[in-house]
Design a protein around this ligand. Structure first.
Ligand SMILES: *Cc1c(COP(=O)(O)O)cnc(C)c1O
Length: 361
């Protein structure tokens, strides 16, 4: 197989170990003689995988008992309307830090008043707004912790006078999180915790059932939690294969030493790449330094080398770099260096930038 360094923004690189056991499980799941794509989700073997996956989430993130952990379909984009449907009675507050936040705002407006407390749209989302006031009378305050497209990140768990809701699609499991500061956390799995097809929702159970509107069965989070007997995300058929690969991905993460160990590696990767961007005279980073993401590193050619952009793209491609084209709204380059992206890939990209500088600057 061709040797590449995968910097795709999502879906993206997964741990080799997870891929290998997925391949095996497609042939034979749990010594049943049936592959994981073909088994019934109502079997003890599968119920064990569901329970273990939930336990891995609880162990890795230290999720307290009063929170439910759900695995749903529909992607993070479905949660853009599921969240307000379940939580917005009168007014919700949102922090607008990028395109994903803007999409979440659009959907919330179907359910009530939305106050955008601050936005960084004025500078193409290159920073995280600070010094804003969260209205206490809002039903909840919504943030996007990592802005995948612009490479900015809220790296600390903030205190919030109302329920705090976070889209953590692209930085979940990259660091420890103080779950108790949040009322609800959601995201698509396909950046840091698995393949596309499964969406995680961590929700404090006591905040549900408080809105006046009637909810469709599938929209109501309580359906997926279930009373006794519990539904455990199996009210309907769950995305079985995606959950299986997530299970294997989290097992890998745990074997690595969990989130503190992972965060240390992630910081080293990010530092290695940002240091090169700051040192190399041909490139500049686009995000404000203090808000730089450790997951998505965005950079462009320096002003005097603007005409070299496509040259560098071709140069990097020749050396096995995949997925480094920046999002069209930022331009330049973006290297997504999620959990499963090895340090060697980052070093290979840095070497590529240094070589390009030697030949061109
Ligand atoms: C990728 C992404 C989404 C969209 O996720 P889907 O699962 O494709 O709907 C939402 N928010 C953030 C921060 C993302 O990175």
């Amino acid at each position: 197989m061709k040797q590449v360094h995968n910097f795709n923004a999502g879906p993206c690189v997964l741990p080799k170990e997870a891929i290998e056991s997925a391949i095996e499980a497609i042939r034979d799941f749990d010594n049943t003689g049936i592959g994981v794509l073909e088994i019934s989700h109502r079997t003890p073997g599968w119920e064990r995988i569901m329970a273990e996956t939930e336990q891995l989430w609880r162990d890795l993130l230290d999720i307290p008992e009063e929170y439910a952990v759900l695995f749903l379909g529909g992607g993070a984009s479905t949660q853009f309307f599921n969240v307000p449907a379940n939580l917005l009675n009168k007014k919700a507050a949102y922090l607008q830090t990028g395109v994903w936040a803007k999409k979440a705002i659009k959907e919330a407006k179907f359910y009530g008043e939305v106050e955008v407390v601050a936005s960084s749209e004025d500078k193409n989302y290159t920073y995280i707004p600070k010094n804003y006031t969260i209205p206490q009378d809002a039903d909840y305050f919504h943030i996007t912790t990592n802005n995948t497209i612009y490479g900015t990140e809220i790296k600390e768990d903030m205190s919030c006078p109302t329920l705090l809701v976070a889209d953590m699609s692209s930085d979940i499991m990259s660091r420890k999180v103080d779950i108790r500061k949040y009322a609800l956390i959601y995201g698509g799995a396909q950046k840091n915790v698995g393949p596309a097809g499964v969406t995680f929702v961590i929700v404090r159970k006591d905040i549900l059932g408080k809105v006046d509107r009637k909810l469709q069965t599938m929209v109501d989070y309580r359906t997926h939690i279930g009373d006794e007997p519990k539904n455990n995300s199996m009210f309907n058929t769950p995305p079985v294969f995606s959950i299986f690969v997530m299970h294997e991905t989290l097992k890998w993460l745990k074997s690595l030493g969990g989130l503190d160990a992972m965060n240390k590696i992630n910081k080293e990767k990010a530092e290695t790449l940002y240091n090169e961007i700051d040192r190399n005279k041909m490139f500049v980073g686009t995000a404000q330094k203090e808000d730089r993401s450790i997951m998505n590193v965005c950079f462009v050619m320096a002003e005097q080398y603007k005409d070299k952009e496509s040259d560098f793209m071709a140069f990097a491609k020749e050396r096995g770099m995949v997925g480094i084209k920046g999002h069209r709204s930022v331009g330049g380059f973006r290297a997504s260096i999620y959990n499963a992206c090895p340090l060697e890939s980052v070093k290979a990209l840095v070497a590529c930038m240094q070589e390009f500088e030697k030949l061109n600057a």
